[in-house]
Every structure is written in C-alpha cells, then in structure tokens.
Design a protein around this ligand. Structure first.
Ligand code: BV8
Ligand code: ZN
Length: 243
C-alpha cells in the first residue's frame, strides 16, 4: 500500500500545483470490472488485444473483430465509474489548468463527469464508416454484425485507434501542449508499454513537472517518476484529493 509519507508528498505538491495533467490506462477501469489488456483477465477467446486491434485483423476478419468489440460493449454497458474516475473529475473542478489524457475507450471518465479530456485511442461508443468516413455515436447493445452506414451503406468500424494507426494530430498537439505546461502529472493504471502514450510521462518530467504514478505493479514509468504509489486506483486516488 502507498506509504503515508509518499501520499503526503503528492498531496503537498497538489496543494501548490497550478497546472495538472492526468494520464490514465486500463488500470483505472479495472476497479469498475473492465478487464485490463495485459492482466490475467485481458484475453478474449485466447486472442490478445494486439492480435485484434489492428486494421489488418479487421480487413482479414471484420466479423471476428466486431464480435470482440460487441463483447466489450456488452460488458462495459453494465459498468459504472469508480471512486478513482470520480476523483479525477473532481481534480478537473479544482484546477483551472487541467487536462486528462486517457488511453481507455470505455467512456467511464465522461460518465464520471470529466469534460477536459482527450480519449487518445478513441471511444467504444463511436463508429466510423470505412467508405464515407462519417463518425457517429452508436450505443446498440448488441450491435448488429456486420454494422452498415445509414448514410452510404458502407461497412462501419469502431472509431478507435488500432495498433499501427496514428493518433489524431489534434490529440497529439493538445496532449503535448498540456504535458509541456503542467507542473504536476499523475500517471494512473497504465503498464507504460504502448506508444506514444508511454512516452508522455517523460515529456512532463523534462518540462519540470512533479510526476507521480499510481499502479498495482512496478512499470517502465516507476524508475522515472518522483513518487510511485502502489495500490488500487479506487483506494489511492481519492486520498490525493481529500478535502
Ligand atoms: C502509432 C485501442 C505510429 C484498442 C489501443 C508496429 C507498427 C506500428 C506501430 C508500432 C509497431 N510496433 C510498435 C508500435 C507502436 C505501437 C505500440 O506502442 N505497440 C506496443 C504494443 C509496443 N503503437 C501504435 O501503434 C500507436 N500508433 O504508433 O502510430 C504511426 C504513425 C504514422 C502512421 C502509422 C503509425 C497506436 C497505439 C494505440 C493502440 N490502441 N487501444 C482498444 O482499446 O480496443 S492500445 C491499448 O493498450 C488500450 O488502449 C490500452 O489502454 C493501451 C495501453 O494499455 P494500458 O491502458 O496500460 O493497460 P494494460 O492492461 O497494459 O495495463 C494496465 C495497468 O494497470 C497495469 O500496469 C496494471 O498493473 C495496472 N492496474 C491493474 N489494476 C489496477 C491497476 N492500477 C491501479 N489500480 C488497479 N486496480
Ligand atoms: Zn458511409
């Protein structure tokens, strides 16, 4: 469990911070019952995310990829944000200069009340037409497989950034600006292996920010950050904002 002195140090830094950035990964949603990618619960029918979350996998077998996303949509539809998501939404209200960067596509930060955020890997509740490229919200559970575009009858895909696909220019610019101008950065529940997000903590560090990690395990971030708080996000993050 995170030591009280480390918790105290992060709370002290939060008390004087002027600009806060939070970066989250699947670990913050684990406490809501959403499987992480690389944990024991991360497999689906013995497939790894890296096998299915690629344009090549979708081109080869769109039905299989849609079955995986439909399975995740059905699961996520039954989940609620947890105390960590709510604490991050509270941080947004406490700081006039605040930005949340999430790798998660589950939408739980928005449900918890976060507005100032970049969903850098997309959102599982949005679909994009592979022909006319129209992007629309779609909350059908289950979603019809294979889903077709209402506009041009083209094949729809999840509006999600797959491996080998680049993040949007807007997101990259917004994240870079936020990371370079923050004086405190919290890294919550990410294994730090997927780029470019895995490089974001270094940008904040090089910009002079105080960087703290909240995770169950040691990660590639642990050697880089100023403080590493070991514990479940739902237990640790609320302690940081305690009024
Ligand atoms: C890009 C969408 C360049 C899917 C995701 C070959 C070709 C092209 C690129 C590459 C390549 N080889 C490598 C790359 C780069 C690649 C990459 O980084 N690969 C890795 C695997 C090495 N990156 C990309 O491809 C990116 N694009 O580089 O573009 C480019 C430029 C121009 C033109 C073309 C290309 C795109 C990356 C985005 C991929 N999409 N998601 C979907 O979600 O459906 S990534 C996927 O991993 C998820 O989004 C997830 O969020 C993300 C990261 O995982 P984590 O969130 O960290 O989750 P994980 O399970 O790993 O870890 C959970 C952590 O939580 C653990 O540390 C655990 O200890 C902790 N935890 C668990 N429970 C708790 C907890 N902590 C606290 N409390 C708890 N209760
Ligand atoms: Zn279309």
């Amino acid at each position: 469990m995170a030591s009280s002195s480390d918790l105290g140090l992060v709370r002290e830094k939060l008390a004087t911070a002027r600009s806060v950035v939070v970066l989250t990964g699947a670990g913050i949603s684990a406490d809501s019952g959403v499987p992480t990618f690389r944990g024991a619960d991360g497999l689906w029918r013995n497939f790894r995310a890296e096998d299915l979350a690629t344009p090549e996998a979708f081109a080869r077998d769109p039905r299989l990829v849609w079955e995986w996303y439909n399975w995740r949509r059905e699961l996520i539809a039954t989940k609620q944000p947890n105390a960590a998501h709510e604490a991050v939404a509270e941080l947004e209200r406490q700081y006039s200069h605040f930005w949340l960067i999430t790798q998660n596509v589950d939408g739980l930060h928005r449900t918890a009340g976060s507005h100032k955020l970049s969903e850098i890997h997309g959102n599982i509740w949005r679909v994009r037409c592979t022909d006319c490229r129209q992007v629309v919200d779609n909350h059908d559970v289950p979603i019809h497989i294979l889903p077709m575009c209402d506009h041009c009858h083209g094949l729809l895909r999840p509006h999600i950034v797959w491996f080998g696909e680049s993040l949007t220019e807007d997101d990259l610019r917004q994240c870079d600006a936020a990371l370079r101008s923050c004086d405190l950065c919290l890294i919550i529940g990410t294994s730090g292996v997927v780029y470019p997000a895995a490089g974001f903590a270094s940008i904040a560090k090089e910009a002079g920010a105080f960087v703290a990690e909240i995770n169950l395990d040691v990660t590639p971030h642990t050697g880089l950050v100023d403080v590493s708080l070991q514990g479940r996000a739902k237990d640790v993050v609320p302690l940081l904002i305690g009024s």
